[in-house]
Structures are given as C-alpha cells and as structure tokens.
Write a protein that binds this ligand. Structure first.
Ligand code: GLA
Ligand code: GLA
Length: 686
C-alpha cells in the first residue's frame, strides 16, 4: 500500500506561478540531456566547452544512473557526479537531476524479482529494458525512498543543482500481479465504502458478477472475447493514474522536505493518456515534457506537436513550462524512424515550443549513444562529436533565445478558445472505441487544427479548469460526463459562451454506465436536440449537406438529431435518414450551442463550422495563412510577441493585421511579411 504524503506541492505553488527564467538566474533555460556516465571522463571538459559555446546553461543528468550512484544496496557513490557537476558548473552550466527510478539496477531485480511488473496474462517482465517496475511492490518503494533520500541529502545545498526531475516519463506498464490487485481492491473500498455501492455503480448484476467480498474483485483483462465490465475497467484506469501520482508523491515529499529550495518537475509525454496530468501536476512546481515532432510524417502538420504543447500547458492552468526533451536529431531504435529533417527545422521546432509557452528548451540528447537500445536515436552531436549542422543550428538558436529573454520573460499565451479534454471520456473510448475508426484525439484535432489554421490561439482545458475567460469551448465526444460538468458548461453558455459538442456526448455517467435519459443525456436541453437513433459508420458512406448545398463526406458515426429548441444548420445527405439534422445550433441565454452529429474527413467542414461560430461571437480569424505556416502569439502587459513559423521548403508570405518590429533585428517589417523556408520570424509590437 502506498502512503499519500500530507504535504502536496500546490500548497507551495498556488499563490504564484513558478517563474522559470528567474529560477535560472534571469537566463532563458537552454539545455541538453547529458549522460557523462557513459563517456570517458577525459571528454567532459571538451563537452562542457562546446555546450557553453552553444549557449547551453543547464543540463539534465543522472536519470538512468541508479547503478552508478548505488552500486550495492545502501552503498552510495556520488563522486563521479560531483566531478561532472564541477566541470559543468565551471562553464556556467547548472543541473536538473533526474531521480533514477525509471531504470532500477540489475542487483535490485535479482534480490527482489517481484519488482518487475506482471502483464495481464501473468508473466512478469524480464530485466533488461526500463520502465517495467510494479508501483505496488514494497521492496521497490523502499528502494525508491532510499535512493531519492540519498540524492537529496547529497545535493540539497549544491549551488550547481537547481532542481529535480522525478523518474522518467511515468505511466506504463500497468501491473497485474497480486500486490496490484490487492491495492486496487483497497482503492475500490476507499472510493465506494460498501460493496453494495460498488455493485450498484458498476451494474455488476450484468452476467451475474455481483461481488460479495472485496477480495473477489478482479483486475480487468480486456480482449475481444474476454471483455470485462467497462465500469471496472474505467476505475482501473483511474486507479493506475492515482497510483502513478502517489508514487510521484513519495518522491516529491522527500525532496520538498529535504531540498526545499530546489524545484520539482517531471518529464511528461504530451498526448499520452495513461496519466491524468491535470491531477498529477498539482504536485509539481512546473510542467516539463518531451517533444518529438518528427513522429509527424508531414512536417507541415505543425498542429500535432502544437496540440500537445497546449495540452501540457493547460494541464497546469496555462503556466509556462519547459521542454525537458526537445528533439535534437532523428529518432530510431532498431531502425531509424523516418528521414532526416533539414537542420533548420530543429530551430523552428524549438521556437514552436517557445511560442506555445515554453520558458526553457533542453535537447534530447547532447550526443548519440554508442551503446544500447538508442544507438539510432540521434542527439545533437553524433558519436564522433563533430560540430555538425544540428550543433550549428542549436548554437544559433541559443544565441537568439539569449537575446530574446527579456522580451519573453513574463509573457504568456492568451487564448479565446479552449478544447475541453476529458480524461474519463478518453479512457472510456480506449475501453470501448465505438467503431474501429474512432479516435478521440482526432476529434480534438478536427477542431483544434481549424482554429490554428485561422491563427486563433487555443488552450486545452480539463473538467476542473476555469472556463469563464473563453469565448468558445469545443468539447468533442464528451462521452463520460457527470452533472457538475454539464452544469459548468451550462453556466458558460448562459454567460455568452459558444459551446461545440459532438456525437456521443452525454452517453455515460461517471461510472461508465449508459444514461437512461434521452441522448445526449445531460446535454439534451443545452443542445436543444433529442437523439433517438444513431448509425455507426463502418463504410464511411454518409455525407453532410450544409448551407448553400455544400456537401462534405461524413465518417465514424451519425447521431440523427431531432431539434427540440435548436435550429438545423446541416442535414444528412444519404440513406434512410437523408434530410434529418446532422448539425444544429441552439441559443441558450446569451450563448450558443452547436451539436455536430458526425465527423468529416474534410477540413473545410470544420473551417466552415468555426467560421460560423466565430462570426456569431465576433472572434477574429485570419483565414489567409499559407499552408504549413503557423502563427503563434505570446503576450504581456500590452505587448504582443508573434512567432511566424514556416515548416515548408518554400518561402511564404504571411498577411498580418499591422506592421510589427522584428524582435531580433529591431527593424520594422512589412504587413505582408515573407518567411524563408524552414525559418522563423519573431515580431513584437514593442
Ligand atoms: C450470444 C449470447 C447472449 C448475448 C448475445 C450478444 O447470443 O448468448 O448472451 O451475449 O450473444 O452478444
Ligand atoms: C523518451 C525518454 C528518453 C529517450 C527518448 C528517446 O523521451 O524519456 O529517455 O528514450 O524518449 O527515445
């Protein structure tokens, strides 16, 4: 059983958002992930010199070096790390230390084999990779406390250590061993108090699963023909997220107590759904995350990393964050995953991070490993340490960010639009995806991309977020919704907000149980529609007919809408429900609610939809942006900072609303401004 510590970080951070640039002594945080333990000590001095020349002022260290720091149980050795820090600090480079728990030493597994997580079929993972420990194993928790305590004791007053990264990319795997099962049963007991309440909530009468003792409750094992109760499965996802948070808190509690002057973060994974980041981040001083834009096949598709940035920012109420791993080279494991990007694109991606709210950029990794699984995952340098083109680009970017620091300091992204992400809905769709082609994140992108194509800043909100500052909230596929969320959205609309809902909203209650109200359940009145029929689209054969006889392909799902108080905006074009409503608009109080009953593969469908919503809400769109060019804005006290990012191989002309100053040259730029291929312009009103 894990113990939840009494002191949580929000008590320390709630009053004032963490100031990252101040934390780094007034310098924009510019770093690399460095593994001195894997290179000959004679190379460290040369590395630190080359880093300093590239403007690097911090490194992340040690997150995979447990065995070097604790070579035997309870015997610690920090001499090598002290020496590495001395070399780095002498070049003006400070460190964030990673607690090394993502990759425990072999001796620990040898002594306590049950540390390894168990997969659903009952097989334990074998030693030899990383991230395969069980969160509920007492020996692992004890070992975690020991190494974190020893590190904190040794480095709490070190002037060259500014903070801590907990573990590395917390999340998977889920463990299905007896210790985890017992922990899940305890979690259920805490949540439901009585078995009657649990049986009622999960509807265990279905297939006669009623539990009569807490010890009977199983862990889910979902396969096509062994489908477990979706209510149990959703609670298991919540349990996993809570367990991850509790594990993080074991570490944050030690560090806060022993090293109160050093900040605490964790490197997160953008769109990863396994952890409820909004909940987890309450324990951190600021968010850090790992960004690999080259997973997008088409580099002009900047909204992939864009949405992940905005989600990460939104998961701590839009406080600025840092990139703990910003792509510094081509990814790969046993094979290279993709083709090389033009070196200049690494600069554009670094600026994209800054444009979305990063106050720090740290590249993964300083140099490509010679060893192990990641020999094909490029760092900034290759194994030969040659000053290659990526290094030149990193050095140039570092110089520029140094120059821009005062301008950037204190500026933030301010958005009129929010995408509402519901972790519960996301999990529920992972458990039961409706149809094979349903993707929750694609639903987010349908709307997000349309707003970003029109140059509108977008935040990501969570059910707990304050929505009152937004003009438009798009809440696609709000599948699992309780009454309090429905009430919050109702109040948002009543006060003049525009809400966009889509198909399969309001279907499930908080227990992943289908509502017995007419769909869309808790949203029926707000949307002014009733749904008595729906049609899963297996063959993508439907279409939507909008104003002016515009036709759009429709896929995935059709909610057949019967307006009660809503107005019909578009209808279905085919089949037995041709002519019935597909998209509606409902006026409620001072606000508007759109219900979009289907999904379209056509971006124009969404462009039209948001244009209509924007027009009714006096929201300014810039619909003349060239494809593959992103405009992102940070603001502070009346000053706007515009980033024009060209992800394409062609020069592009961007029409702007006024003339701006170039923040790097100080010159005034024309209103129709040219951005060279794979280049960035940073503009300001100052
Ligand atoms: C079979 C079973 C039923 C029900 C249906 C639909 O016919 O006997 O209990 O599960 O399939 O799945
Ligand atoms: C993740 C991890 C790193 C490294 C990179 C590249 O982001 O945090 O340790 O493995 O991926 O694979």
């Amino acid at each position: 059983m894990l113990v939840v510590p009494a002191v949580r970080a929000q008590e320390r951070t709630a009053a004032k958002p963490f100031d990252l640039i101040e934390w780094n002594g007034g310098k924009f945080l510019y770093g690399v992930d460095y593994y001195p333990e894997a290179w000959d000590e004679s190379q460290w001095e040369k590395d630190a010199t080359m880093m300093q020349e590239a403007g690097i002022n911090f490194v992340r260290l040690a997150e995979f070096a447990w065995v070097k720091m604790e070579p035997q149980e309870g015997h610690f050795n920090f001499d090598w790390l002290d020496r590495a820090l001395k070399v780095l600090n002498a070049h003006g480079i400070k460190a964030v230390l990673g607690t090394p728990t993502a990759s425990p030493p072999a001796w620990l597994y040898e002594k306590y084999p049950d540390i390894a997580a168990m997969d659903p079929s009952g097989t334990r993972y074998r030693y030899g990779s990383r991230r395969n420990y069980c969160l509920h194993n007492p020996a692992f928790i004890a070992a975690t406390r020991r190494i974190v305590t020893a590190m904190a004791e040794h480095y709490k007053d070190h002037p060259g250590v500014i903070g801590w990264q907990i573990d590395n990319e917390l999340g998977d795997p889920k463990c299905f061993d007896p210790a985890s099962r017992a922990a899940f049963q305890k979690w259920c007991q805490r949540k439901y108090q009585t078995l009657d309440a649990l049986n009622q909530a999960w509807g265990t009468i279905f297939w006669g699963h009623t539990y009569q003792a807490w010890s009977e409750i199983p862990l889910p094992w979902n396969t096509l023909f062994n489908a477990h109760n979706p209510s149990l499965a959703l609670d298991f996802d919540r349990f996993q997220s809570d367990s991850t948070h509790e594990y993080l808190d074991i570490q944050t509690a030690i560090l806060r107590e022993m090293a109160p002057r050093q900040a605490i973060t964790h490197n997160e994974m953008g769109m990863y759904s396994g952890v409820d980041y909004y909940d987890l981040n309450r324990s951190l001083d600021f968010v850090a995350w790992d960004n690999y834009p080259m997973f997008e096949k088409d580099y002009a598709q900047y909204t992939g990393p864009g949405l992940a940035h905005d989600l990460m920012r939104g998961s701590k109420d839009n406080q600025n964050y840092i990139m703990m791993e910003q792509e510094g080279g081509l990814p790969g494991w046993s094979v290279f995953w993709g083709r090389q990007a033009p070196p200049e694109l690494y600069r554009v991606w670094a600026y994209q991070s800054v444009a979305h709210g990063a106050d720090g950029v740290c590249y993964f990794r300083w140099r490509t490993s010679r060893y192990g699984t990641e020999q094909y995952w490029q760092g900034v340098l290759d194994q030969d340490s040659y000053r290659n083109s990526r290094y030149q680009v990193v050095a140039r970017t570092g110089k520029e960010l140094g120059q821009l620091t005062d301008l950037l300091h204190g500026s933030k992204v301010v958005s009129p639009v929010a995408m509402l992400v519901s972790p519960d809905s996301r999990w529920a769709f992972e458990i039961q995806p409706l149809v094979e082609d349903f993707h929750y994140d694609r639903q987010l992108h349908d709307f997000y991309d349309a707003f970003r194509r029109a140059s509108v800043s977008v935040d990501v909100a969570f059910p707990q977020s304050d929505l009152s500052t937004y003009r438009v909230v798009a809440a696609p596929a709000l599948f699992v919704a309780d009454q309090s969320l429905a009430d919050k959205l109702t109040a948002f609309v009543a006060n003049g907000g525009t809400l966009i809902l889509t198909f399969r909203s309001g279907v499930k209650d908080g227990h992943n149980v289908v509502t017995n109200r007419t769909l869309p359940g808790a949203f029926a009145e707000l949307a002014g529609v009733a749904i008595h029929e729906f049609d899963p689209q297996l063959n993508e054969e439907q279409e939507v007919v909008g104003p002016g006889q515009s036709h759009f392909p429709a896929r995935v799902w059709s909610d057949i809408l019967e307006p009660t108080t809503a107005k019909v905006v578009a209808t279905y074009g085919k089949g037995y429900y041709a002519g019935k409503a597909a998209v509606t608009e409902n006026r409620v109080g001072k606000g508007l609610v759109y219900y979009v009953g289907t999904e379209s593969a056509s971006p124009f469908f969404y462009d039209r939809l948001i244009a209509r919503a924007a027009q009714k809400n006096a929201l300014a769109l810039n619909t003349k942006l060239p494809h593959g060019v992103e405009v992102a804005v940070r603001q502070k006290a009346g000053t706007k900072i515009l980033f024009l990012l060209n992800y394409t191989s062609n020069p592009q002309t961007v029409p702007l609303d006024q003339a701006y100053h170039n923040a790097l040259t100080g010159k005034t730029e024309p209103m129709d401004i040219q951005v060279l291929p794979y280049d960035v312009k940073v503009l300001t009103t100052q």
